[in-house]
Design a protein around this ligand. Structure first.
Ligand SMILES: Nc1nc2c(c(=O)[nH]1)N[C@H]1C(S)=C(S)[C@@H](COP(=O)(O)OP(=O)(O)OC[C@H]3O[C@@H](n4cnc5c(=O)[nH]c(N)nc54)[C@H](O)[C@@H]3O)O[C@H]1N2
Ligand SMILES: Nc1nc2c(c(=O)[nH]1)N[C@H]1C(S)=C(S)[C@@H](COP(=O)(O)OP(=O)(O)OC[C@H]3O[C@@H](n4cnc5c(=O)[nH]c(N)nc54)[C@H](O)[C@@H]3O)O[C@H]1N2
Ligand code: SF4
Ligand SMILES: [Mo]
Length: 722
């Protein structure tokens, strides 16, 4: 009680001449609750307070969250539209001049229409991202299909959540990243966390993770690196990058052999068990150990802990998903829960750590090449008809499915796609095999980029549109639990910047499609249309009104109507979303990474994140504290490997793969496997590790294999001598 009173008091702490705007962080899927502090004299954001009354994160924030407010009035903000007037400087920051909105809209309309007249509707493309609200993501999908009439739209979630989505769809028939609310983590008996650097990437989950162990429960972690999470694990499965499928199969084999399979659950609620059981028989502890590099003892211990736990949650993130078999990895880890029946009840289930702020909602409502609002399929005539009714177009006018994010770059390189409207993503840093992607961007006839800072990708643009930060607009996002929450506006847009939805409405007008967009004059107008468009889809948001979200501390989808309070737990009725109501246990043969180490490239390169930076780094590299804490990338190397190459801590080395090379400072650490090196990917230009990564794609999700390729290190001095 004392504690509650304390929290209440500090939550309402306002300073003179200040108001607090209740909202959530701009960055990751945790969507920590925060109050933005606004000076009432200047109406400018001046700081932040954590929200103790937010049930998911209870007053916790990470270094990115506490400095996020510094983005809004940052000196680097783009305040006016820019037009490139020197084409020879494409690919650099130079050669732009300021322009009015009128002028840029006219230019875009003319260029887009010329390209379509000459090369057809599909010569244009949209590449978007999910740091945007549901409403903006929804409208971006509509803008591509209705205003531009192109099939080519895809988004950065293809590099992020697409394997989780593919695995969940295959296993459960539905793709909600978590089957249960985050508060359940606190109370379960065992967490099996694979390929997640939770303490750096979802830090405000950690108090729940530690509480499992504090209450006598267990933590199993599968990661090639000894992350802070792995360090405290009861079992750290330190596998070779790219070998998760073997590990999950090996553990499943033991669970079945040791009698932990829940036969009644399997019989009543699943398909595919017998076939899977046969397949995993080969994955004996010895064979699994040989493939993964994890000791037999650890594999046996992990299976025993998970098998015995009354309740357990299997959790994973990009470590297992960003592989060319990411979908198989997801289904293989989901198999553990399905075979043991540890799902469909409180405190037991499966969750992926959704990455971006709106990584969940942003993938459900039409930014993906083959999806329409409400998680409808563009290939399903009934679904198309339902959406056409809301949009006021005919099914014949609805474009076909397009291609995935990386494949769009291939089409740009081939000049099938000639125009691009890029918003909310920075693929010139974050896409794999950057030498190719940068060439593809350069190859475009006309490129528009909407961002609030001049990103590395904007350097390739012909027109840059100044958008707003999350704090200058309102709307909903869906956090990593599947909980729809509300972002509130704390400040008016600075300079001439505008929210993306408004730009799209105004551009649609110029493109002669005003009748489908001009009724959308406020974020709320877009929200109303968006809810209607999702109605009846399985990601149904119709009942999630802004009022309800506010009253209930968010609404878990599906939420079908006014009386529905939402769905915190999935599958409580043991009904899965496949037509027969059963979940699928998947038999998944092992496949090695697309590129295995060899004599020339003997090391395994894996990539990921640090706590101080966010994604391509375009937002966080500009924040002084975050920059000071991590000013440049580095390569993690095991001490034995370092001595083999005669390299020292802090020395600069050349790291290279078949696709490219870069120079990195060495960080010697025992927290990594001897055969593996790790580089964070948040840096641009020649520091981008994606110059080296491979473009092998998962056959189902089209996710690139960011997490494993073959690499080599060379001392710089040697190079100079040559
Ligand atoms: N600080 C910070 N937080 C973030 C973000 C950020 O950029 N910075 N981004 C957000 C987004 S969009 C995302 S997608 C998430 C990502 O969150 P995570 O997936 O947790 O982050 P990563 O660092 O990409 O990778 C996770 C872990 O996978 C391990 N790993 C590498 N290869 C393998 C493998 O083959 N198998 C297994 N089992 N593990 C492997 C790495 O060592 C790493 O510890 O984080 C979100 N939160
Ligand atoms: N090697 C390697 N590469 C990776 C990964 C990895 O683990 N390893 N992870 C992948 C993953 S999981 C992800 S999610 C991707 C992310 O890759 P990106 O999509 O490039 O990520 P961001 O840096 O968030 O880019 C968003 C851009 O849009 C801007 N922005 C933010 N909000 C808005 C908005 O509301 N409107 C507009 N118009 N602009 C906005 C930001 O300033 C920024 O420039 O990277 C992927 N790339
Ligand atoms: S954990 Fe994620 S949402 Fe929370 S403060 Fe950090 S970056 Fe923001
Ligand atoms: Mo992500």
């Amino acid at each position: 009680m004392q504690r509650d009173k304390f929290f209440k008091e500090i939550n309402n702490l306002t300073h003179p001449n200040e108001k607090l705007i209740k909202t959530h962080c701009s960055y990751c899927g945790m969507q920590c609750g925060m109050n933005l502090r606004v000076n009432t004299a200047t109406n400018k954001i001046i700081g932040v307070e954590p929200r103790y009354d937010w049930p998911v994160t209870v007053g916790k924030m990470c270094p990115k969250g506490v400095t996020a407010y510094q983005q809004t009035n940052h000196k680097d903000r783009l305040l006016k539209p820019l037009i490139r007037d020197d084409a020879s400087l494409k690919g650099t920051k130079e050669g732009f001049r300021e322009a009015s909105w009128e002028e840029v809209y006219d230019l875009i309309a003319v260029k887009f229409q010329q390209l379509q007249a000459e090369y057809g509707k599909d010569s244009l493309s949209v590449f978007s991202g999910v740091s945007m609200t549901n409403e903006k993501c929804y409208l971006t999908g509509k803008f591509a299909r209705v205003a531009l009439g192109t099939r080519y739209i895809d988004y950065n979630g293809r590099f992020c959540m697409s394997s989780a989505a593919g695995g969940f769809l295959r296993s459960f028939g539905v793709d909600r990243g978590s089957t249960l609310p985050w508060t359940d983590i606190h109370e379960t008996d065992c967490l099996f966390i694979a390929g997640s650097n939770t303490s750096e990437c979802h830090p405000t989950s950690m108090f729940r993770v530690w509480s499992v162990q504090e209450r006598g429960g267990y933590l199993i972690v599968a990661d090639p690196r000894e992350t802070p999470l792995a360090r405290r694990a009861d079992v750290h499965l330190d596998l070779k990058p790219g070998t998760d499928l073997a590990l999950a199969n090996g553990i499943l084999h033991l669970l079945i052999e040791q009698g932990y399979a829940d036969q009644a659950f399997i019989r009543q609620h699943t398909n595919g068990f017998e076939e899977t059981k046969e397949l995993v028989k080969a994955f004996t502890p010895d064979y699994t150990s040989e493939l993964t590099g994890v000791s037999v003892e650890k594999i046996i211990r992990a299976a025993e802990i998970y098998g015995k736990a009354p309740n357990a949650i299997v959790m994973f993130a990009r470590g297992i998903e960003q592989q060319h078999k990411g979908v198989d990895n997801v289904s293989a880890y989901v198999n553990l829960a399905l075979v043991t029946g540890k799902i469909g009840r409180p405190k037991a289930g499966v969750a992926t750590f959704t990455g971006q702020g709106n990584g969940q909602g942003g993938r459900e409502h039409g930014q993906k090449a083959d999806l329409l609002p409400g998680y409808r399929k563009i290939t399903n005539p009934k679904h198309v008809e339902e959406v056409c009714e809301v949009w006021g177009i005919t099914p014949e006018e609805m474009p076909q499915a397009g291609v995935s994010a990386y494949e769009m770059f291939e089409l740009m390189e081939q000049k099938t796609i000639r125009g691009l409207y890029l918003l909310c993503s920075n693929p010139a840093v974050s896409a794999p095999h950057l030498n190719f992607v940068r060439r593809a961007l350069k190859n475009l006839d006309f490129m528009v980029c909407a961002d609030f800072y001049l990103s590395e990708s904007a350097e390739f643009a012909d027109v840059i549109l100044p958008s707003v930060t999350w704090s200058e607009d309102e709307g909903t996002v869906t956090n990593l639990e599947g909980r729809i929450i509300k972002i509130n506006k704390a400040q008016e847009p600075i300079g001439e910047s505008k929210p993306d939805w408004q730009m799209q409405v105004e551009l649609a007008e110029r493109l002669g499609k005003g009748k489908y967009f001009s009724h959308l004059q406020t974020a709320k107008d877009v929200a109303e249309e968006f809810r209607r468009a999702s109605k009846g889809g399985y990601a149904d948001y119709y009942g999630a009104t802004w009022d309800k979200i506010d009253k209930q501390d968010g609404v878990f989808w599906p939420c079908k109507d006014e009386t529905d309070t939402g769905t915190p737990h999935m599958f409580l009725d043991k009904k899965f979303y496949h037509e027969d109501g059963r979940a699928k246990i998947c038999a998944l043969p092992y496949r090695p990474p697309a590129e295995e180490p060899d004599e020339t490239y003997p090391l395994r390169l894996t990539t990921g994140r640090v706590v101080y930076h966010y994604l391509s780094g375009n937002q966080t590299r500009r924040i002084p504290f975050l920059h000071d804490m991590c000013p440049e990338p580095y390569v993690e190397v095991h001490p034995e490997t370092a001595s083999q190459y005669h390299i020292e801590h802090e020395e600069r080395v050349r790291l290279f793969t078949r696709r490219g090379e870069s120079v990195y400072r060495v960080k010697i650490t025992e927290a990594i496997r001897k055969d593996t090196v790790f580089v964070p990917y948040h840096f641009g230009h020649e520091q981008s590790i994606n110059l080296l990564t491979i473009d092998a794609l998962d056959p189902i999700s089209r996710m690139p294999e960011f997490k494993a390729c073959a690499a080599q290190i060379e001392k710089l001095e040697q190079k100079k001598v040559q």
